[in-house]
Design a binder for this molecule. Structure first.
Ligand code: ADP
Ligand code: MG
Length: 470
């Protein structure tokens, strides 16, 4: 059960304040087909996005099965979106260069389901929407109605409790609209479907409940759901319990994506604090291994360079000296270690400009100790690809943004899941040239050339394949 309580939402652009929702209250049953009607600009999309956790309310509360979301953090919203909600948009939001099957599978890749299982479930979802025979078509070989059915299959493949659809038939003719509505009606048999539409006839014919919105207020509700407040007790505050993915999945994604800057930084800190340095020290105790250590250091350097960033967090000090963060309980009580607080208290910023001047001045003598010093500036390369006769942006990548993750999203989880696959080459590539074998072509020489790095088994990451390949 979903309770929307006195929700207000304003958008401020410059000094213009636009009221989008003006005290909306609505209770939704676990199992019904709600159509939200209203003129353009009445707040329908805003309401749907707030229900789906894509947008935040200013005041009020959204209560999900008795749990208040007032104190939700980004990761709670991530979790809610990934486990509970399926979205269908007017513009389908399919990845044009991927097959229908891959488009549906994509949602599962992110949840870390195995390849065989992914395929099986995606196939089943596509059969459900009547497209079992068209798995290998690309979206541009399909009609609008078919593309919308693919989008519905994608929304359903994770078996969400709630399906949200924003004008799903807005771009369709009346005949295909009817097919999509039939499908949504069938979907609504065992879950909550909330659909925004312009079309009162379709709403009348298919929905089980019609809510009219105007100027951010509810004007009518054909089948209100009153809840005896006292029977519920007050909503509790707690987080979603499950993270957006199992932590293992998140980890394996980040390992697959080892190139990811942030994942690498984290791993570097961990490697520094728990393993590699220790092993090197032990080895150095015995004679004759210096050369070996040197080669290990070089091998790990290209993978784990020492990085100095504008902001940094000192994880190793926390691991070596958690004592400083310990708060003693009274005698007989159990003390607590404030790991998180101490972790964030070590976040600090560096004056990189001064550091570069110092290095450039030659005073530091850094050249004697470093194989190479590289500078990166936070600039994303803009890379496009010619697909037949249209042009597609490959980097920064937007393939995953329809699912609420990847580049652009700023939650903590998505920092593990960056879908960027392009990185700046160091100026001096000697270190790399020793470690990689050229399979085709040659090392890049100019600013507009790039190299594809494969694993030792000759593979590329799954994210890479989604972004770059057909
Ligand atoms: P509907 O979907 O019913 O057409 P919306 O929910 O999109 O309406 O918009 C409600 C009101 O909020 C409109 O006046 C719209 O201009 C405004 N609005 C919506 N999104 C934004 C935004 N991101 N920034 C500024 N104003 C917005
Ligand atoms: Mg809208």
């Amino acid at each position: 059960m979903l309770q929307i309580k006195q929700i207000y939402k304003e958008y401020k652009t410059g000094n213009l304040v636009q009221k989008a929702l003006d005290g909306v209250s609505l209770n939704l049953r676990d199992n019904e087909f709600v159509a939200i009607l209203g003129p353009s600009g009445s707040g329908k999309t805003t309401l749907l996005n707030i229900i789906g956790g894509l947008d935040r309310y200013d005041s009020g509360d959204l209560i999900i099965n008795g749990i208040s979301t007032k104190k939700y953090k980004d990761r709670d919203w991530d979790s809610y979106r990934n486990h509970t909600i399926g979205f269908v948009f007017q513009s389908y939001n399919l990845i044009p260069h991927q097959t229908v099957l891959s488009n549906v599978e994509l949602a599962l890749t992110i949840s870390g389901v195995s390849k065989a299982e992914r395929k099986k479930r995606a196939q089943k979802a596509l059969e459900q929407v009547g497209l079992g025979q068209q798995l290998h078509k690309k979206p541009n070989q399909m009609s609008g109605g078919q593309m919308q059915r693919v989008a519905i299959a994608r929304a359903l493949v994770n078996d969400p409790e709630i399906l949200l659809a924003d004008e799903p038939t807005g771009a369709l003719d009346s005949e295909t609209s009817v097919q999509v509505m039939e499908l949504l009606k069938q979907v609504a048999r065992d879950r909550l479907v909330v659909m925004v539409t312009h079309n009162p006839e379709l709403a009348e014919a298919y929905a089980t409940r019609i809510v009219n919105l105007k100027d951010g207020k509810i004007r009518s509700d054909s089948c209100p759901f009153e809840i005896e407040e006292s029977s519920l007790g007050s909503p509790v505050h707690k987080s979603m319990g499950r993270t957006s993915m199992s932590f293992l999945t998140a980890l394996s994604l980040s390992f697959q994506n080892l190139g990811t800057k942030k994942a690498r930084t984290l791993l570097t800190s961990f490697a520094g604090s728990i393993g590699i340095i220790g092993i090197a020290l032990i080895l150095s105790l015995s004679n004759g291994v210096n050369a070996y250590i040197k080669s290990i250091e070089e091998d790990t350097l290209s993978e784990y360079p020492l990085q100095i960033q504008s902001t940094a967090m000192n994880l190793s000090s926390m691991m070596f000296d958690p004592g400083s963060a310990r708060v003693e309980g009274d005698s007989g009580e159990i003390g607590v270690t404030r790991v998180l607080a101490s972790m964030f208290s070590t976040v600090d910023s560096n004056d990189l400009e001064a550091l570069k001047l110092y290095f450039d001045s030659g005073e530091s003598g850094i050249e004697n100790y470093a194989k190479a010093v590289e500078y990166t500036y936070d600039v994303d390369p803009q890379i496009y690809r010619l697909d037949g006769n249209h042009i597609r942006q490959v980097n920064p990548d937007g393939s995953f943004s329809a699912l609420g993750i990847g580049s652009g999203s700023d939650s903590f989880m998505s920092s593990f899941m960056s879908t960027d696959v392009f990185y700046q080459m160091p100026e001096n590539t000697d270190l790399f040239q020793e470690q990689y074998e050229i399979k085709a072509g040659r090392w890049p020489e100019k600013y507009n050339e790039c190299v594809v790095a494969l694993t030792s088994g000759g593979e590329a990451s799954v994210i890479f394949s989604y972004i770059l390949w057909d």
